[in-house]
Design a protein around this ligand. Structure first.
Ligand code: SAH
Length: 365
């Protein structure tokens, strides 16, 4: 398959243009088309010489994600894209438009290997890693979508969250290369604070992120206050138990002095009792957990997420009362905490519902 222009750094594009005997400014011109104008075909790069446009069209591609469907909810303010990959896998991306900002939720893998029992993507298993270009492409789709709306000619995406399908830290290099191009002032030019990565808790990825130069935000999927329950819900906990996860998180906080969000999906009767809320507070504070020295609470934020239904699981969403009672305990324990507002539940575009289900048969018998 032809090289995807979305996979190239500016330096790589520059090397290609030089090899094609193009003037020095050419790479930037093409890069600007991709990342500032959101141009999706060389044909539309009309300030390039015709011969170059033709050569780009013949010898490169602009991506491998084929848009198969867009579903909308919340009055068109939530838009889910389904993309087909050449090998048949499906990837989903969700754009959420708010009065004062807009966020795109991006996938980093097709499917996922982590096996969390409450998550729709887990049912697919890992199909494959996405390339950096395939990650970038999703953001550019959202940017075009945003700009298409009436009166939104200059509108720009304000947030990118790597919370779609897959585990970003299991595809670290490609994911990070996408982050760099999305941040690059000559590229997509989004500030690092506008980006958030969510991890299932791969400790070495958390440590690695602490050493990166771009201060993007970190969210950690916690979901349970003790090892027995967390291992039952998230098999990854057997490899990186809570003590190790807390160690890596403390390291991250000490290195960066940045706040970390802890995601906690509430499931009725599983992880949502007041006792479990107290255990969560104690985990973060560091009481009663052996060597766990606790975390600086001013850098902790708990994000409570009502579980979104995934067909074929015996789990249920916590009742509102239980969510509020859980939050109350955390407040009493002085743990900063908010309840996430859901978007796109009815089009299966909410947290943990992305599974390409309209095209892929889950667990074909
Ligand atoms: N692999 C990464 C990012 C993808 S999932 C991670 O685990 O963090 C993004 C968030 O959605 C995670 O916190 C995940 O646990 C949560 N999630 C998964 N299934 C969910 C569901 N059915 N309802 C609500 N949140 C869910």
């Amino acid at each position: 398959m032809n090289t995807s222009l979305y996979d190239l750094t500016l330096a790589e594009l520059d090397a290609m243009m030089r090899a094609w005997n193009q003037p020095a400014f050419r790479a930037r011109q093409v890069y600007r088309h991709i990342y500032s104008n959101y141009t999706d075909t060389p044909t539309a790069m009309t300030d390039l010489p015709l011969a170059l446009r033709e050569r780009l069209a013949a010898e490169t591609s602009m991506g491998s994600l084929r848009l198969t469907r867009v579903q909308t909810a919340d009055d068109g303010q939530t838009r889910k894209a389904l993309f087909a990959l050449p090998d048949g896998a499906v990837v989903e991306t969700v754009l959420m438009i708010y009065p004062d900002r807009s966020t795109v939720c991006v996938s980093t893998q097709a499917g996922c290997a982590m096996g969390c029992v409450f998550c729709a993507t887990a049912k697919l298993g890992l199909l494959r890693n996405l390339s950096s270009g395939e990650i970038v492409e999703q953001v550019l789709w959202a940017s075009r979508e945003l700009r298409k709306r009436p009166g939104a000619a200059g509108a720009r995406l304000s947030n990118i969250v790597f919370m779609g399908m897959g585990e970003p830290f299991a595809n670290y290099e490609r994911w990070w290369s996408a982050v760099e191009r999305l941040h690059d002032p000559q590229g997509f030019n989004l500030g690092a604070r506008g980006m958030t990565v969510s991890t299932v808790g791969l400790a070495q990825g958390i440590r690695r992120l602490a050493a990166e130069s771009l201060p993007i935000n970190l969210a950690i999927s916690l979901h349970a206050p003790d090892d027995a329950l967390r291992s039952a819900m998230m098999p990854v906990n057997k490899r990186y138990p809570l003590a190790e996860l807390m160690d890596a998180t403390r390291f991250y906080m000490m290195e960066t002095n940045r706040r970390v969000s802890f995601e906690y999906v509430l499931m009725q009767g599983q992880n949502d009792s007041p006792q479990q809320a107290l255990a969560l507070a104690q985990l973060l504070r560091g009481f009663g957990h052996g060597k766990n020295a606790g975390l600086p609470l001013n850098l902790c934020h708990v994000n409570l997420i009502p579980w979104n239904p995934v067909p074929g699981t015996p789990l249920g969403r916590s009742e509102r009362q239980r969510v509020l009672a859980f939050q109350q305990v955390l407040h009493e324990q002085a743990i900063p905490c908010t309840v996430r507002v859901e978007r796109g539940v009815e089009i299966a575009a909410a947290c943990g519902q992305l599974a390409g289900s309209s095209t892929i048969t889950l667990n074909p018998a």
